[in-house]
Design a protein around this ligand. Sequence first.
Ligand SMILES: NC(=O)c1ccc[n+]([C@@H]2O[C@H](COP(=O)([O-])OP(=O)(O)OC[C@H]3O[C@@H](n4cnc5c(N)ncnc54)[C@H](OP(=O)(O)O)[C@@H]3O)[C@@H](O)[C@H]2O)c1
Length: 334
Amino acid sequence: MTLTTRSLGTTGPQVSALGLGCMGMSALYGEADRAESIATVHAALEAGVTLLDTGDFYAMGHNELLVGEALRTAPAARREQALVSVKFGALRDPDGGWSGYDGRPAAVKNFAAYSLQRLGVDHIDVYRIARLDPDVPIEETVGAIAELVEKGHVRHIGLSEVGAGTIRRAAATAPISDLQIEYSLISRGIEDEILPVTRELGIGITAYGVLSRGLISGHFTRDRRLAADDFRAHSPRFQGENLEHNLNLVEALRKVAERKGVTVAQTAIAWVLSRGEDIVPLVGARTRERLAEALGALDVTLDEADLAAVEEAVPPGAAAGERYAPAQLAQTGR
Ligand SMILES: NC(=O)c1ccc[n+]([C@@H]2O[C@H](COP(=O)([O-])OP(=O)(O)OC[C@H]3O[C@@H](n4cnc5c(N)ncnc54)[C@H](OP(=O)(O)O)[C@@H]3O)[C@@H](O)[C@H]2O)c1
């Protein structure tokens, strides 16, 4: 396995070509094992992964505390190479509910102060609001992060799930390193409008949901029981006939993967890697076994014939169901 690096846009840092998304270690995908989660972060750092992604609202600080512990207990050389990307802004309640987003400058600074403390770091490498606050112009939110950059609390400014107009306004306010957004074989919505804009402006992409939250990993089964607070229990693509249809796509992809002697997950990750040097997939591995599989994608080269076979198995727009329920989709501003 060769861990190459990619740049997060023209103004952002060099990072490993695959990042580790830590969300599932605390929230949204059912039970996770804390010790295994930390071992997974350590294994990733050991393998040369330098980008760790978290959010302050992933189980109300739990994920930041976990990432902080993993960093503290990692060998110093590995810890020093690690870059932490943090999302903020989502408002939670004690019952785990979600109550909108807060992008006011005072709130941005407040969120950052708590994140620095929980992570146990003296700066955040990439800081971004998770969704646009509809009541606060993006210029104000990005401007507040730019002040944190000036003071040395943050190194780079990112964006998350915003549309082309917001990307342009943000980039006119301050340098933007990357846009974090869903991109996978079955979520290709960014290709028409968003990718051309990020490429024009020299903004990188950190792609999440590359395995569509496990749906196209090759490991998800029809009979999997999901807890009520599992994101997938409410995600349109995981319901009834949609799930049946989508898992049939996975079986078509499995045939292509098997012909190449690799796994379905590796094929799906390699496809995203093949879309451009400006794209860094974040994989949501939360065990060392899944991490090892994901890292194996870096050694998979998809040639023209392979890419054609992959796209024949899973053509653009082939998925049944939207990637989010309607209310959540509306928050993405696309
Ligand atoms: N900006 C945003 O709006 C946004 C939204 C969502 C996520 N994110 C970030 O992006 C990261 C990645 O997103 P995601 O977790 O939804 O992505 P993902 O990689 O598409 O999905 C992770 C799921 O795939 C399953 N999986 C199966 N095989 C795997 C393998 N070899 N490697 C990794 N996972 C495998 C895991 O299942 P098991 O563990 O059950 O086996 C896990 O449930 C998150 O951790 C978070 O940091 C950002």
